[in-house]
Design a protein around this ligand. Structure first.
Ligand code: BES
Ligand code: MN
Ligand code: ZN
Length: 504
């Protein structure tokens, strides 16, 4: 994990191995910036005049000024009117990757001159610093735990310093960087949990991870074992878990730093530590991806960590039903009927629709806290991946105000969500002849029928369901999201929780 720092300093005076200056593409600004650079670093005269580098978005040029030990990289920002917080994350990602390929251990990122930025982000030194720091830290992530021969392990970027030359911005830059440190550490922790192999992370060890996060960040963690789960009659959790030799766990995390009058929010994360599909077994190709079927759980645990580290004034509960969905002589079968915590029954039409079976119990259990809002995160359906691909999380629920706020948080953090309808006409696809509801709604609108199944089990609270199957598991890398687990949900939820002020 990258250490993030901030400093008031000038480019020639940094102690970092690599110094990055972001350069605007606009001709006038470009000229001013390069003239200033040639004044500070006269040795660069010719190199700066070559017109190969024009400041286009994410274009890079590496320079070796003799005036300082550090290498200098120029990274294009594109035209000033096109600069957004997301573009800042991406150019910082480019800078971090370039620094890494130069074998740098430390990188100084200079914030672009605010006078050249659009009015919307100009005022906010804090957001600019946070975005740059986030991009650099998230882009530097790699899951290395089991790479025993990789030589680059200790030759990689360690420290990124967000630099400003304007002392009046010192405080804002520092607080943006502090925020970024917390959310990127939590996001990378969520990535680590989801990327970890299923022989390392199974229900008991996932619970152990939650325990250790709670201990370090001073929130309470309780874990129910299979006996307690049976006593509570969490039939869905038991049914899915019965096919595995690894017993289920039900994880309860409680962070209470709000006033008594402040809202209680419950987060629920799908914790299927491996999803083979059960008797309705999945095809072999790509099945290993299903070690990441606990990405919702990872996001919830990591969000608890971030919220506690930031000491946000909220009451936050995290619930994780944790199971393995395997095959065996005791595994649940298509046709089985399960009785859930709230007494409702569901027919197991497809054992691969296991996520909704365990979430049903967790959503019913959430009522105990009389929450204002319950948000569940789950890698729930292949259908949402077909519908939205890897660039938007599917969102459904009964609370439009909460969903609107989540949508805004999604735009800000670029962990975007997109609402799908829950028209009642879809409901008949979940109809069962023999139980209250059936766990698969057939081929069409699979993300929606899954949400409508969950709706049967919610209590009297505002509820939002986030289907992260497409956004949590990346088959290709993005600028600051590597292939594999993205850690999606953490930055989204922290932004939301920071702004959420009760039902409106
Ligand atoms: N974990 C899967 C959903 C999934 C698929 C996540 C692809 C990430 C990538 C879930 O448990 C599942 O198998 N869902 C089934 C439901 C169906 C049987 C009704 C699906 O989407 O095919
Ligand atoms: Mn499944
Ligand atoms: Zn699953």
């Amino acid at each position: 994990m990258i250490t993030l720092r901030s400093a008031v300093v000038s480019a020639a005076k940094t102690q970092s191995d690599v110094v990055c200056i972001f350069v605007f593409e606009d001709e006038k600004i470009f000229k001013v910036q390069t003239r200033k650079l040639s004044e500070i670093f006269p040795s660069l005269g010719v190199a700066l005049k070559s017109d190969t580098f024009t400041g286009k978005f994410q274009e890079t040029q590496t320079l070796f000024p003799s005036e300082m030990k550090a290498k200098l990289i120029l990274v294009g920002l594109g035209k000033s009117e096109s600069v957004t917080l997301e573009r800042l994350r991406r150019v910082a990602a480019t800078a971090a990757k370039t620094a890494n390929s130069l074998k740098a251990k430390s990188l100084a990122l200079f914030e672009p001159s605010p006078t050249n930025l659009q009015a919307e982000i100009k005022g906010s030194a804090e957001q600019i610093a946070a975005a740059l720091a986030e991009g650099a830290a998230l882009a530097s992530y790699k899951y290395r735990k089991y790479l025993t021969t990789e030589k680059t392990t200790n030759a990689t970027l360690r420290v990124v310093t967000l630099c400003t030359e304007d002392a009046t911005r010192k405080k804002s830059v520092a607080s943006g960087v502090a925020y970024a440190q917390v959310v990127t550490a939590a996001t990378c922790f969520a990535r680590d949990l989801a990327n970890a192999p299923p022989n390392e992370i199974y229900p008991e060890t996932l619970a152990r991870q939650a325990h250790s996060v709670g201990r370090k960040n001073r929130f309470s963690v309780r874990v129910f074992d299979e006996k307690k789960i049976a006593r509570l009659k969490m039939g869905g959790v038991l049914a899915v878990a019965q096919g595995s030799d690894r017993p289920p766990r039900f994880i309860i995390m409680e962070y209470k730093r709000g006033k008594q009058s402040s809202p209680t929010i419950v987060l629920v994360g799908k914790g299927v530590t491996f999803d083979a599909g059960g008797i309705s077994i999945k095809p072999a190709a790509g099945m290993s991806e299903m070690k990441m079927d606990m990405s919702g759980a990872a996001a919830v645990i990591a969000t608890m960590q971030a919220v506690a580290a930031l000491k946000l004034p909220v009451n936050l509960i995290g619930l994780v039903p944790a199971v393995e969905n395997l095959l065996g002589g005791r595994a649940m079968k298509p046709g089985d009927i399960v009785t859930h915590l709230n007494g409702k029954t569901s027919e197991v039409d497809n054992t691969d629709a296991e996520g909704r079976l365990i979430l049903a119990d967790a959503l019913a259990y959430a009522s105990r806290w009389k929450p204002d809002v319950v948000i569940d995160l789950a890698t729930l359906t292949g259908a949402v991946v077909v519908g939205l691909g890897h660039h938007a999380t599917g969102m459904m629920g009964n609370a439009q105000a909460v969903m609107d706020q989540l949508r805004e948080s999604g735009e800000r953090t670029f962990e975007r969500v997109w609402q799908l309808p829950m028209f009642e006409e879809y409901e008949k696809q979940n109809k069962s002849d023999v139980a209250d509801v059936k766990n698969s709604g057939g081929r069409w609108a699979g993300a929606i029928t899954a949400a409508l199944f969950l709706k049967q089990f919610i209590g009297k609270y505002n509820w939002v369901h986030l289907d992260i199957a497409g956004t949590a598991i990346m088959s290709e890398a993005l600028d600051y999201v590597p292939r594999g687990a993205s850690g999606v949900g953490v930055r989204l939820l922290v932004d939301f929780l920071q702004r959420w002020r009760g039902s409106r």
